[in-house]
Design a binder for this molecule. Structure first.
Ligand SMILES: [Zn+2]
Length: 461
């Protein structure tokens, strides 16, 4: 100490074990004045890594710094207690004056929508999938109740220990941590804390064919089972540009809409996009909530990246129709799937459903915020039925679970142009006749043996 102050805080957030040692040392050495140990409180997270990228953590003054802790800081923070006493200029108590004690008030409790069992299961299998498939950029699993928008699970890999948020979880970085520049350390920590499902965008690929199918059905342009309505010759010519089907080497031939979705045939969806037209297509993007943030209660939500409507020509519309050359957030895609699962009506996703006043015990429920009817119930049911066929007999066969009627759609896309990186994903609903869950699973850049073709990679795990 070389400062001239009456009171100086040496260290905060010390565990009791250590202060016990200090107390013992003071006793042994007969030190009775000069060192003061004040009781303090500190956040403790009993499930350490569980939902870490959602919950976030607090700083040295218990202020929320990330996630739920940050966005609901005001509700969670209580009022600090105080001891008011009178001292002389040197800081010595004037005992005769007495002291006033102002009691601390606890913060409120939040009731999250997350289901601990579902969240744990998602984290377990996401970790396995990311390790098995050697995903260099991690992964996400999101599950919502489509009727309420309640997020039941939002799993990220990698995650971190909420009780030690400044400890890096990457073994390679751990070894060189002490030699790293502070800016590199800060970047690595930001990356580890990041909630990619909300703060980052990705190219959805073929899962987006659900949006094109929904819009085309709603516009009455097609129906699910018109035998031979479309024809895949392996490629399609759009304004002088040839766009290939992924199975150009053995074209799909005559297809109904259902078959095209089951086979994930590109030319069929490109053709539908042209029939819908740019203006109508963008109307549906807006209705599905793809041109704005979902408003989920988390900090740092990103928005989608689409070309301006006025800049979209036939080729651009073609690529959008099968899910390429634009980016959305995983939470936006989850909202799309939830809308289809909820009879065509959109609901705002949320992570907190109620708050409980710590003094009175009174519970205040947050309202479910319903959006518009994006597509009719009839259209939604048709899409769900086709999603069922994708899992029963199409590219999503690995998602079958006996006793459940599951619907889904797979997707693979490039992560950026010419990066050589891929994103592989699956969106699904269960049960298809009255869905209680909507799910999206994303693996970022799987480099393992399974390759990046969703049907295999993802659903093996
Ligand atoms: Zn095809």
């Amino acid at each position: 100490m070389n400062k001239k102050t009456s009171i100086e805080t040496i260290v905060k957030k010390v565990d009791k074990e250590q202060t016990d040692k200090l107390r013992m040392w003071m006793e042994e050495n007969n030190i009775t004045t000069g060192i003061n140990i004040d009781e303090d409180s500190k956040r403790y997270y009993p499930y350490s890594t569980l939902a870490s990228n959602v919950i976030g953590f607090t700083g040295s003054d218990n202020q929320g710094l990330d996630g739920i802790e940050s966005i609901y800081d005001e509700l969670l923070s209580g009022t600090k207690g105080k001891i008011l006493k009178i001292t002389d200029a040197r800081g010595t108590d004037l005992q005769s004056e007495g002291e006033d004690y102002v009691k601390a008030v606890d913060g409120n409790d939040l009731i999250l929508t997350l289901d601990m069992n579902i969240q744990s299961i998602c984290e377990k299998y996401l970790t396995e999938a990311c390790i098995d498939n050697e995903c260099t950029d991690g992964g996400n699993i999101l599950i919502a109740n489509p009727k309420t928008g309640d997020i039941l699970a939002l799993a990220s890999y990698p995650n971190y220990d909420l009780n030690n948020p400044y400890e890096i979880n990457d073994e390679n970085l751990k070894n060189i941590w002490d030699t790293m520049e502070s800016s590199d350390k800060s970047n690595a920590l930001q990356q580890m804390w990041r909630n990619k499902a909300v703060s980052d965008t990705y190219e959805p690929g073929s899962t987006f064919k659900l949006v094109t199918a929904s819009s085309a059905l709603e516009e009455g342009i097609t129906d699910t089972d018109n035998s031979g309505e479309f024809n895949c010759s392996g490629s399609i010519n759009i304004a002088g540009t040839t766009i290939r089907c992924w199975r150009y080497y053995r074209p799909h031939g005559a297809q109904s809409l259902r078959q095209a979705l089951m086979n994930s045939c590109n030319p069929v969806f490109i053709g539908l996009g042209q029939k819908i037209g740019v203006e109508k297509y963008y109307d549906y993007l807006e209705k599905f909530g793809l041109l704005s943030r979902t408003g989920i209660d988390l900090p740092g939500e990103a928005n989608s990246i689409f070309l301006k409507e006025s800049k979209v020509g036939p080729v651009e519309l073609a690529t959008i129709s099968f899910g390429q050359r634009f980016e959305i957030t995983p939470i936006q895609m989850l909202k799309v799937v939830s809308t289809i699962a909820n009879k065509g009506k959109s609901v705002k996703p949320r992570l907190v459903k109620a708050t409980v006043n710590s003094t009175t015990g009174e519970r205040t429920d947050f309202e479910v915020i319903e959006g518009e009817q994006v597509i009719s119930e009839e259209t939604a049911n048709k899409v769900l039925d086709m999603m069922k066929s994708v899992v029963a007999e199409g590219t999503g066969k690995n998602a079958q679970v006996q006793g459940y009627s599951i619907g889904g759609k797979t997707g693979t896309s490039e992560d950026g142009v010419n990066t050589g990186k891929y994103v592989t994903s699956f969106v699904g609903v269960a049960n298809t006749d009255d869905p209680e869950i909507a799910i999206i699973i994303i693996l970022y850049n799987p480099t393992g043996e399974g390759g990046h073709h969703t049907g295999k990679t993802l659903l093996q795990s």
